[in-house]
Design a protein around this ligand. Structure first.
Ligand code: SF4
Length: 164
């Protein structure tokens, strides 16, 4: 998914997803399918290249829909318009309100360690989700979006295994 849109960026969390799943989440129309777009944004929240991915998206004229770099396409367009206004490149303020920029992912040693343990253990989907809930209770995720992204990722992996 990201490799297709941003060939120079490797290692994005969306590249771990099964192709059909990545398309479904990251090409979703955020107005018609808000849940899918929210899930994609949650996956971006745990992506180590999110800052570079968003920076690349801000420099391009597409996408016309979907989620990239933690933002929906319409938010990226609005952010670009506000950026141009802030730099004095346009005189009228944009029609859309200023979008909220996503928080950058900052992995903590605790969350990385927990993720490693889950990866090597042969756990069921339910056990892995339960493990994430325990991590949330222990405060091992910096934002709830990171935990949701982790669940979305293992869900997609489980679907991939079931369809293999
Ligand atoms: S920030 Fe999101 S769209 Fe960009 S590479 Fe990471 S997961 Fe993919």
């Amino acid at each position: 998914m990201s490799a297709e849109r941003f060939p120079s960026l490797e290692g994005g969390a969306c590249t771990d997803l099964a192709p059909g799943v990545a398309e479904k989440y990251f090409n979703a129309n955020a107005h018609r399918e808000p849940f899918l777009a929210k899930t994609a944004k949650a996956i971006c929240a745990r992506c180590v290249i999110q800052p570079q991915c968003l920076e690349a998206a801000m420099k391009r004229t597409y996408p016309d829909r979907g989620v990239i770099g933690g933002m929906t396409a319409s938010s990226i367009r609005a952010a670009k318009e506000w950026d141009a206004y802030d730099k004095g490149l346009r005189s009228n303020p944009p029609k859309h309100s200023r979008p909220e920029m996503p928080n950058y992912y900052e992995p903590s040693p605790a969350s990385e360690h927990a993720a490693e343990l889950r990866a090597i253990a042969d756990l069921s989907f339910e056990e892995r989700v339960y493990g994430i809930f325990l991590d949330v209770k222990k405060g091992k995720y910096q934002t709830l979006n990171q935990a949701i992204g982790e669940i979305a990722l293992i869900h997609s992996q489980a679907m991939e295994v079931n369809h293999a």
